[in-house]
Write a protein that binds this ligand. Structure first.
Ligand SMILES: Cc1cc2nc3c(=O)[nH]c(=O)nc-3n(C[C@H](O)[C@H](O)[C@H](O)COP(=O)(O)O)c2cc1C
Length: 471
């Protein structure tokens, strides 16, 4: 299946920035760290990203503050502004970068969310995208009594109906709906707007779309959700996957899996782009980068954070354990790790997990703190190295076709992209794997996407031939 990498990738790497603004990966105990809520932080990160020709500025969504043993988790950064509000403000101080809002399909309604996203799309000149999630915060159903908790598979059923409805809303204004000239008899062509009707177990709605299409037709669709259901949902509906598979070999495997699913869904192999989340820790030399790596990890996983991390899985306080000593020798008091909170270990036997971790830590000679610093990064170690080494490494990704880009998660805000833009981007350009200017005027063009799935009928014959060859 190796040929799939080459077919699906285009030999280039793009960047997005995932401004997290929350959790332990965002360093706050350092003099360089700024506010997570001040617009100035958003502005600086977005404008730096745009200077570095990034494709997208990306915001996540959390529906509730993180909790720990029944209390608000008070060790890490929490609290972030609503994504669409922040992105609307950023649209005014940027010109080319895509603006991606993570929004869940479990607690929103299509008529409302589709309208807000179309608004961002029009007001930004065709730069909006929606990162579709069913949300790993589904346990926050208490915030939304009307909807309440939905089981995993039900969430994807609702998500599918939701996205189809949103697309129908975006497509509900006909081409040429609005008068082409002041001499036309009326502003709106007769019957130019069709009503979207959907009556199924998820929705019972009749919706009139309230906006025309943008220059990119409708917002680009990202998807984040890694289960088989999530992947199939992505290849049926999305343009880009925000993946959790950044390591090269794993990224190739993930690409193969997505290409196979994409072809099965009747789409060209390269139709779904892949952007894994990844942390970059760079230096002028490998030794400097490694030193910085140790320093960043020590700030991200302090002694209390290390203990709190284990407490999530043990289900009890572990404050009597030394963070610089071995993992707790007692068993967890919960039977299974909490299945609703979206962590990577849901449903596993807590006792087995603890035993496994104890053995792993012992084998690697790791203390609690060292173990957690390594383990709590779901995506492995991050890209750690000199500017030149990492540029070479990224060129390898590009040539292997393993990914289309990386969604960079800065560990510090607002300066976290400075070395990437100043030092890494020029080296990637020298290696011919990174753009030297934005290719298009809207996000769809800059991501190299075809027309939206629902609008493929209007593809030109050249575009169709190209996509058939690719398949
Ligand atoms: C890389 C990545 C980023 C995600 N970001 C968010 C987020 O910002 N907010 C959210 O509610 N869920 C987020 N999710 C979770 C998904 O919404 C989904 O609920 C969760 O992964 C469970 O679905 P799955 O079993 O298909 O993976 C993210 C998932 C992945 C893989």
């Amino acid at each position: 299946m190796t040929h799939h990498h080459r077919i699906a990738g285009n030999g280039q790497i793009q960047f997005g920035v995932f401004f997290q603004g929350v959790n332990h990966t965002t360093v706050w105990k350092d003099a360089q760290s700024g506010s997570q809520t001040d617009f100035e932080s958003f502005r600086r990160v977005a404008q730096t990203a745009e200077r570095g020709l990034f494709s997208a500025f990306f915001l996540g969504e959390g529906l509730r503050l993180r909790e720990h043993l029944g209390r608000i988790h008070d060790l890490d950064v929490v609290g972030r502004p609503d994504a669409q509000t922040a992105l609307a403000a950023l649209a005014a101080v940027t010109t080319s970068i895509g603006l991606v809002a993570t929004q869940n399909t479990t607690y929103n309604d299509p008529a409302d969310l589709a309208h807000r996203l179309a608004s961002l799309d029009l007001l930004s000149g065709g730069r909006a995208a929606w990162n579709i999630v069913t949300t790993d915060n589904a346990w926050t159903g208490a915030n939304f009594r009307r909807g309440g908790f939905l089981q995993h598979e039900d969430r994807y059923i609702r998500a599918e109906a939701f996205v189809q409805t949103a697309k129908a809303i975006w497509d509900s204004w006909a081409d040429g709906a609005i008068a082409g000239s002041r001499n036309d008899p009326r502003w709106l062509r007769e019957d130019a707007i069709s009503t979207v009707k959907r009556h199924d177990e998820s929705f019972d709605v009749e919706i009139t779309g309230r906006l025309p299409r943008s220059s990119q037709q409708h917002p680009v669709l990202f998807q984040a959700g890694d289960s088989p259901d999530g992947r199939d949902f992505a290849v049926r509906n999305a343009d880009v996957i925000f993946s959790a598979h950044p390591e090269l070999e794993d990224a190739k495997k993930f690409r193969d899996d997505i290409v196979a699913r994409t072809l099965k869904a009747g789409r060209p192999a390269d139709d779904v782009k892949i952007f894994p989340g990844q942390e970059f820790i760079l230096g002028a030399t490998a030794a400097e980068a490694e030193e910085k790596h140790q320093w960043v990890r020590s700030l991200q996983v302090g002694p209390e954070t290390a203990i709190a991390y284990l407490e999530q899985f043990w289900g009890r306080t572990l404050t009597e354990y030394d963070p610089d000593g071995p993992l707790p020798d007692i068993d967890p008091i919960v039977d299974v790790t909490n299945p609703t909170r979206g962590n990577a270990f849901h449903g596993k036997s807590a006792k087995d997990l603890a035993a496994q971790w104890r053995a792993d830590a012992k084998e690697n000679g790791q203390s609690i703190r060292q173990f957690v610093a390594a383990r709590s990064r779901l995506n492995g170690r991050g890209l750690v190295g000199s500017y030149d080494d990492i540029a070479d490494k990224l060129a390898e990704y590009a040539h292997a076709g393993a990914v289309d880009g990386f969604n960079i998660t800065p560990w510090i805000v607002p300066g976290g992209l400075d070395d990437i833009v100043n030092e890494l981007v020029p080296r990637l350009q020298d290696r011919g794997v990174y753009r030297t200017e934005y290719e298009g005027t809207n996000l769809r063009e800059n991501l190299g996407l075809r027309a939206p799935l629902t609008r493929r009928g209007s593809l030109t014959s050249t575009q169709l031939t190209e996509s058939e060859e690719v398949a």
